[in-house]
Design a protein around this ligand. Sequence first.
Ligand SMILES: [Zn+2]
Length: 205
Amino acid sequence: MNSIDKLTELFTKFPGIGPRQAKRFVYFLLTRDNYFLIELSNAIKNLKADSRICESCSRFYSKKYNSNLCDICNDKNRESDVLMIVAKDADLTNIERVGNYNGMYFVLGGFVSVLEKAPEQRIRINKLIDLLEKKIKDKDLKEIILALSLNPDGENTIDYISESLKPLLADKKIKITTLGRGLSTGAELEYLDDNTFQNAFKNRS
Ligand SMILES: [Zn+2]
């Protein structure tokens, strides 16, 4: 396969990128000088080596921040007993941008689709349970917020998590809420605007 087709094919693997847009990226790159292309390929080459996953919330962050926990988990001014569960890093970034949530997070790393046979391999459910066990032991948990997009995969993930956490939360005074109300069906948390998110957050139930 020639380089143009190869790179086009690779770009189509990006979320939300179709073949036409992928081709636009390739032609854009062909118009740039070599310095830009080397900078881009180095940034991609070093991305994994320079990043790590937070031991608590599982989000990606730069190794330059020299700690096993990310800056959010290390922030003593945040409410440590409220935990918001999101599907992916981009959702967390968008919620942080809106800025009215001051609790902690957990990043699942994906969704559980309706026909999934091995959900525990699709999302970090075991890591979530470990974290919750620790928080319950430390008496550091009063609310779990399921912040997942309202599409079939999101709703199925909510069901799967609620079911998985049942034994852990039985007889405990810990609220589980979802951002359901105030979100329209199919809404993607990654792209929510400030007002929609603030309303969904205020009306969580
Ligand atoms: Zn963290």
